[in-house]
Design a protein around this ligand. Structure first.
Ligand code: COA
Length: 325
C-alpha cells in the first residue's frame, strides 16, 4: 500500500495586521521588515484558538477529498501553540469538533511539524493501520509572542492548513520520499522557556525567544543540504519539480535554498509576504493558495522543506493528488 496526498485546505483568521500597524507598537519600520524578511502582512486570531483554525482547515480538506468525517481514521495536529499545555491534545479537540471518532494526537516539531505529520501519516498508511489520515498544521503564534520584542513580533502569524493522506495502490500517486531530522544541541536557539515543567511558573520568560541571526545561518546551510540530498537520492533535479513549496520563514532563506538547488524563481512558492511565518501551518497554507489559484494540478511534483525550533528540519517529494474542481 502507498500513501498519497489526496487534498488540501487552509484557514486564516480575519484580523489582518500590516507592518505599519506594528510600527505603532514597537520600534520598527515597514522598510526594515520588508527588506529583512519579505513580510508585509500577517493575520492574528482574536477570540479563536488553535483548534478553531484547525477545524476550519480540516473541514475543507475532508470535503475536497470527497470524504465524510466518518471516513477519517486518524487525526494528527502539528502545533507549538496547543489549546492546552498538557492535555487534552489539540488533535482530540479538533477530532471531536469535526465529528471524527478515531485516534488523535499532536506532534511538536515546530516549523517542521507538517513534514513530521506527513511522514507519520505515510508510515501508518504503509503499515496498513490507517486508510485516511487528516494531518493539520495549526498555530496561534500571536499568543506566544512578546509584542515588546521587535526581533520576533514582526515575523510570526496565525493560521492553519490541512491535508488528507490516503491509501492507494497506484504507485504513480505515492508520496515519493520524506526526510526528517533533528539536532537538540540547538535547543536554546528557538525556545519558550517558561511554558514547560523545567522552569514553569518560576520564570516570567513565557514568550518565544529566538537567536535570529544564528538560526538564519544554520537554516540556510541545513536546508540546502537536505533538499540537495533528497533530490540526489531520487535521481532528480529541479527540472523534475513543478513547485518548490518551502516553509515560509523568510524570503531570504527561501531564495538561498532555491539557488543552492538551481530552482528557478518561477517554481518557488512565496507566501511569507502575505501570512508571515505561521510555523507548522505555512507549507499547507502555501499549497492551498497554489491550489485555489488553479496553479497546482493533479500529478504536479512538489518539493517541500522546513526548518524550525529544536532544531528540526525535513524535506519531502510529494506528487499532488488532489482533484481540481
Ligand atoms: N525592526 C527594526 N530593527 C530591527 C528589528 C525590527 N523588527 N529587529 C531587529 N532589528 C535590528 C537589530 O536590533 C539590529 O540592530 P543593531 O545592528 O543596532 O544591533 C539590526 O536590526 C540587525 O539585526 P540582526 O538580527 O543582525 O538582523 P538580521 O539581518 O539577522 O535579520 C531576522 C533578523 C530575524 C529577520 C533574521 O535573522 C532571520 O530571518 N532569522 C531567521 C529567523 C527565522 O526564520 N526563524 C524561524 C525559523 S523557522
Amino acid at each position: 500500500m502507498y500513501a498519497k496526498f489526496a487534498s488540501i485546505g487552509a484557514y486564516v483568521p480575519q484580523r489582518k495586521v500590516t507592518n505599519f500597524d506594528l510600527e505603532k507598537i514597537v520600534d520598527t519600520s515597514d522598510e526594515w521588515i520588508t527588506k529583512r524578511t519579505g513580510i508585509k502582512t500577517r493575520y492574528f486570531v482574536e477570540d479563536e484558538t488553535t483548534s478553531d483554525l484547525a477545524v476550519e482547515a480540516g473541514k475543507i480538506a475532508i470535503k475536497r477529498a470527497n470524504l465524510q468525517p466518518s471516513d477519517i481514521d486518524m487525526v494528527i495536529v502539528a502545533t507549538i501553540t496547543p489549546d492546552y499545555f498538557a492535555m487534552p491534545s489539540t488533535a482530540c479537540v479538533v477530532a471531536e469538533n469535526l465529528g471524527i471518532k478515531a485516534p488523535a494526537f499532536d506532534i511538536s516539531a515546530a516549523c517542521t511539524g507538517f513534514i513530521y505529520a506527513l511522514s507519520t501519516a505515510k508510515a501508518f498508511i504503509q503499515s496498513g493501520m490507517s486508510k485516511n489520515v487528516l494531518i493539520i498544521g495549526a498555530e496561534a503564534l500571536s499568543k506566544i509572542i512578546d509584542f515588546k520584542d521587535r526581533t520576533t513580533c514582526v515575523i510570526f502569524g496565525d493560521g492553519a492548513g490541512a491535508a488528507v493522506i490516503s491509501a492507494t495502490e497506484n504507485k504513480d500517486d505515492a508520496i515519493l520520499d520524506i526526510d526528517i531530522n533533528a539536532d537538540g544541541s540547538y535547543q536554546d536557539y528557538l525556545i519558550t522557556p517558561g511554558r514547560g515543567v523545567k522552569y514553569g511558573c518560576e520564570t516570567d520568560e513565557i514568550y518565544l525567544q529566538m537567536k535570529g541571526n544564528e538560526t538564519f545561518k544554520v537554516a540556510v546551510k541545513t536546508l540546502s543540504q537536505s533538499v540537495r540530498d533528497i533530490l540526489e537520492r531520487n535521481n532528480m533535479t529541479s527540472d523534475d519539480i513543478e513547485w518548490f513549496i518551502p516553509h515560509q520563514a523568510n524570503y531570504r532563506i527561501i531564495d538561498a535554498v532555491a539557488r543552492a538547488i538551481k530552482m528557478p524563481s518561477s517554481k518557488s512558492v512565496l507566501t511569507v509576504g502575505k501570512y508571515g511565518n505561521t510555523s507548522s501551518a505555512s507549507i499547507p497554507m502555501a499549497i492551498n493558495d497554489m491550489f485555489e489559484e488553479g496553479k497546482l494540478k493533479k500529478g504536479d511534483m512538489m518539493l517541500l522543506d522546513a526548518f524550525g525550533g529544536g532544531f528540526t528540519w525535513g524535506s519531502a517529494l510529494v506528487p499532488f493528488g488532489g482533484e481540481n474542481s
